[in-house]
Design a protein around this ligand. Structure first.
Ligand SMILES: *Cc1c(COP(=O)(O)O)cnc(C)c1O
Length: 459
């Protein structure tokens, strides 16, 4: 670790070719995709930083596990392994497999939610918010003020505002709070970590008012890395021990294993309380599958059990967090405005500052996403007013608090030279920065519009 260069702590044994494209071709592809990179074909993309979800490269151990998958309907060995892995990590009694994170969200939040109920989070992820609002409940985000200031350096910008939490519980009435959801790391808030101290305080407040406390633990290993290196008192803990301590504060957890599970598909719901678990079990069986597979193949469950071990490996986590920071540090040196400090799984660009001439109703974030694709075949995602914007009664856009573009880094997929290329593409964008124009939405669905909306250049 005394060397400057962090080598990828793995060798490549199987390769997947990247199809090279020209600027001309990409122009046509983007137009066909209605200027929404979610609608591009993956082979039209050279470096895919759309998401770190389900895009991990699995290890040789996981692939070996795939061959060991027990595909029995009930009581499969592979389920037993997954159950043991999750139980030993979370300490939570009742574990249910689901096909991905949002399936667990739908089960838990539709059961606890409904009209008149409120969920409170540091920041609800988009599928979390959609599931809650679809149930008729409301979802309120209360990140700390520092978390909303992109350039401010703070070790735990993912923290929840404790004063606001207590005020909201009092204002809404504890019985109307369906749950407090702590997202670690805070994905929509910039991939920023949450401190153990913050989690402990939330737990204390929830206990005081008898409100349920859940962890959205998609990136719990990455969060543990930051705690070990930034929070006093955790230097000697292993990453897994830090995660275990955080789980011990909660009433349950939801995970998309497509993130820190290091797999391409899967998730789980884990709960402490039997009555709640029984209710969720019914919903699971009706819509996902029996309790020992929940919509997953035996081989998927085997890979999750192994992935949840591998992700806490100290060399892996060091490489993971430092290589994301490497991209961020290079971009910062070039003057690209980023959310600072660099988060765990992604680099977030402040598109409002990058393109000050583009008004929020012409979506500076979506503009940067399109420019990155045109210039270099890089796919990224807008996390701003396309994803979270709303309309008032007159149909005027209520913008999101930040206009961000996320470059999410798939786990164990790209090498340093891919990242150097991304940096070069940004050099190109800097040249045209002042002359770049925005986009308008011409077609959109009611929920999760960023996935399928159609755009047009604004002028
Ligand atoms: C990805 C994600 C989810 C949803 O999980 P899926 O597996 O995509 O359904 C929920 N919360 C957070 C924080 C996420 O990052």
């Amino acid at each position: 670790m005394e060397f400057k260069t962090i080598i990828e702590p793995f060798k490549i044994k199987m390769v997947e070719p990247i199809k090279m494209t020209t600027h001309e071709a990409r122009k046509a592809f983007l137009e066909q995709a209605h200027y929404n990179p979610f609608l591009l074909k993956s082979e039209q993309v050279m470096i895919d930083l759309l998401t770190d979800s389900g895009t991990s490269a699995m290890s040789s151990n996981q692939w070996a596990g795939i061959m060991m998958g027990d595909e029995s309907y009930a009581g499969a060995k592979s389920w037993e392994r997954m159950d043991v892995a999750i139980h030993s990590l979370t300490g939570l009694e009742y574990v249910f497999p689901t096909h991905q994170g949002r399936a667990a969200e739908r089960i838990l939040y539709s059961y606890l939610g409904g009209k008149g109920k409120t969920f409170i989070s540091n920041t609800h992820f988009d599928t979390t918010r959609a599931n809650i609002e679809f149930s008729g409940a409301e979802a309120i985000d209360i990140p700390i003020a520092e978390g909303l200031n992109p350039s401010l350096i703070h070790p735990f910008k993912g923290n929840m505002d404790l004063q606001k939490l207590e005020n909201l519980i009092k204002q809404k009435g504890a019985k109307n709070i369906a749950g407090v959801i702590l997202t670690v790391t805070n994905n929509s808030g910039g991939g920023q970590p949450v401190s153990m101290d913050n989690a402990k305080s939330i737990s204390r407040i929830c206990k005081k008012y008898k409100v349920r406390f859940f962890l959205d633990c998609c990136r719990i290993a990455e969060n543990s890395y930051f705690i070990k290196h930034r929070e006093r008192g955790f230097e000697k803990y292993t990453y897994k021990e830090i995660a275990q301590e955080m789980f011990s504060l909660t009433d349950g957890a939801i995970m998309s294993a497509k993130k820190d599970g290091l797999v391409n598909m899967g998730g789980f719901l884990a709960l402490k309380n039997k009555e709640l678990a029984d209710a969720c079990k019914n919903l699971l069986i009706i819509t996902e599958g029996f309790t020992t597979y929940g919509g997953l193949s035996g081989r998927d469950m085997e890979a999750i059990a192994i992935g949840l071990e591998e992700v806490f490996d100290a060399n892996y986590l060091h490489y993971r967090i430092r290589s994301t920071a490497y991209l961020g540090e290079k971009l910062t040196k070039m003057g690209i405005p980023l959310i600072m400090p660099i988060g765990g799984h992604a680099v977030y660009i402040d598109a409002k500052t990058f393109y000050p001439q583009i008004p929020v109703n012409q979506y500076p974030g979506q503009t940067l996403v399109c420019e990155l694709y045109l210039a270099g075949g890089i796919r990224s995602v807008e996390i701003g007013s396309v994803m979270f914007g709303k309309y008032d009664k007159k149909g005027v856009l209520i913008p999101a608090s930040m206009e961000l573009v996320r470059l999410a880094i798939p786990r164990r997929v790209y090498t340093q030279s891919h990242i150097e290329y991304v940096i070069e593409v940004f050099e190109k964008l800097l040249e045209n920065r002042k002359y770049t124009k925005g986009y308008k939405i011409i077609e959109e669905p009611e929920f999760l519009r960023h996935f399928t909306a159609h755009f047009m250049p604004a002028s």
